[in-house]
Design a protein around this ligand. Structure first.
Ligand SMILES: C[S@@+](CC[C@H](N)C(=O)[O-])C[C@H]1O[C@@H](n2cnc3c(N)ncnc32)[C@H](O)[C@@H]1O
Length: 259
């Protein structure tokens, strides 16, 4: 099928352009690399399917279960907004940690108009107001009812292995139910798709926890397997990639990583 022509326009910051994806939702494209933050087939459709549904987070929240999510590559905040929307709808407790080394300015995020795609009345406005006051160097928390967001400004290449080592001696209750692994592609950021990073993430997940991502390439699956994950290809979003990735930690996992 031919790729449809997708409209794009300048953002208020020359480092980013806004691209309209096929489901009508926008995403950002990095001017220097032409790398997009979401699939051109649909930013909202991809986030809902790959991250909320394939991770099991949507189902946990619908059952009212307290849920902890780590996102590698916080980007535009869409993963957090859609996950928080699901949590707030049922009053479930959500702890969401977003890891990001180059947060786009709040004014650029405001241009995306997430309030047209995320239905909760206050969520997007409160998130944007909070982003405007954020000091990128110090971790800060946003709390909305029972949903908490923390953005950590760090390079995931170092942060994941270090936090993974610390998690091995920390309380099991602080482990994540799911990792949304959404950095730029292995071609652009090969250093992130490595066993050292995945090994750290395995230690940060609870036994039976899930890592989901859009990339199913053989080297990525091999790196996850080498880190002790059970790796599966699953169906991609409607109109999008044929297959996406779901990797699970063993249910008897004590966190020992081979990666
Ligand atoms: C595909 S976009 C993520 C989109 C995001 N999940 C969303 O819903 O908007 C990838 C993000 O990963 C971030 N990133 C790239 N390399 C990183 C690194 N080494 N450490 C932390 N974040 C990184 C980029 O700055 C970018 O925001």
């Amino acid at each position: 099928m031919p790729i449809p022509t997708r409209r794009s326009f300048d953002s208020v910051d020359p480092r980013w352009r806004v691209l309209l994806t096929d489901d009508g939702s926008p995403t950002l494209v990095q001017s220097a690399t032409a790398e997009a933050m979401h699939s051109g087939c649909g930013a909202v459709a991809e986030t809902r399917h790959v991250y909320l549904q394939m991770s099991g987070v949507a189902e946990r929240l619908a059952r009212g279960l307290a849920t902890q999510v780590l996102e590698v590559g916080f980007g535009t905040g869409l993963g957090w907004l859609m996950t928080a929307e699901a949590a707030l709808a049922v009053g479930a407790e959500l702890r969401y940690v977003g890891l990001e080394n180059r947060l786009p300015p709040a004014a650029v995020i405001r241009q995306l108009g997430w309030e047209r795609h995320v239905q909760h009345p206050d969520l997007v406005g409160r998130h944007l107001d909070w982003l405007e006051t954020l000091d990128p160097q110090s971790p800060r928390r946003l709390r909305i009812d029972r949903a908490t967001l923390e953005i950590i400004s760090a390079d995931a290449c170092q942060w994941c292995p270090e936090a993974g080592r610390a998690a091995r001696s920390g309380p099991g209750s602080s482990r994540f139910d799911a990792v949304y692994f959404d950095p730029f592609s292995p071609e652009l950021s090969p250093q992130l798709w490595q066993p050292e990073v995945f090994g750290g993430l395995r230690q940060l997940l609870r036994p039976g926890g899930t890592l989901v991502s859009y990339c199913v390439s053989r080297p990525v699956r091999d790196a996850l397997t080498a880190s002790g994950f059970l790796v599966h290809k699953v169906a991609g979003p409607p109109g999008g990639k044929r297959e996406v990735l779901r990797a699970v930690t063993p249910t008897n996992d004590a966190g020992e990583s081979t990666g």
